[in-house]
Design a protein around this ligand. Structure first.
Ligand code: ZN
Length: 213
């Protein structure tokens, strides 16, 4: 399951390692809640924080002291919200110091939580191929489109895909075996890869095949 290791910067800069692993596939709200809980347990709090609740849409949010009038406004529906606790000490800043099950996708130390959740859910749903596309420059939506439209499967080697393609197309029907047996499928595959295909080497060393439009 794609997870992030969140470290509290106030503790880190004081030479103390304080952090935890958080499941990144839940939701933006839940990931933020887990981070807030972690920040509250810092040994080096640097803000006083208060939680608010919206009586209209039932969302919760927090604000740091000093609280002013506008801090009561619900960020979702702008209804006037109520403080639900006394101010409590908390650390303010965090960084993501490690990722697990994100394959080679590198989001850095300070991505938005939305970006983290998108990537994690993309991987949870589509697996390693999603991570390859993202590392290759596709944004989240484009990666999902690419998988829907152009993904052709995962093969032991690219020539297996090319042979299957030729066979399914019926092009091999009229070629006698004494010729067919001598076709260099690796060579055909190399040629197609240059012009018509995008491939990614999987961790298993299998190859993921996409067609290039
Ligand atoms: Zn609201």
């Amino acid at each position: 399951m794609p997870s992030i290791y969140v470290a509290v910067l106030a503790d880190y800069t004081n030479g103390y390692h304080h952090g935890k692993w958080i499941d990144a596939t839940t939701s933006v709200e839940e990931i933020n809640e887990e981070i807030d809980k972690l920040l509250r347990t810092s040994k080096y709090p640097n803000v006083a924080r208060q939680d608010f609740h919206c009586p209209s849409c039932h969302k919760e949010w927090h604000r740091d002291l000093p609280i002013t009038h506008v801090d009561h406004d619900c960020p979702h529906c702008l209804h006037y919200g109520n403080a639900i606790n006394e101010p409590y000490p908390s650390a303010e800043e965090f960084a993501i110091h490690d990722y697990t099950d994100f394959f080679d996708l590198d989001l850095g130390e300070y991505p938005s939580i939305k970006a983290v959740f998108e990537a994690a859910s993309g991987i949870a749903t589509n697996g390693e191929i999603y991570a390859h596309l993202r590392s290759d420059g596709f944004d989240h939506d484009k990666a999902l489109d690419e998988i829907d439209d152009n993904f052709r499967g995962i093969y032991d080697k690219l020539s297996d895909y090319v042979y299957e393609l030729a066979e399914d197309s019926g092009d091999l029907k009229n070629i006698p075996d004494y010729i067919k047996d001598h076709i260099d499928w690796d060579d055909v595959a190399r040629d197609m890869e240059i012009n018509n295909l995008r491939t990614y080497k999987m961790e298993t060393r299998d190859v993921a095949v996409f067609i290039n439009r």
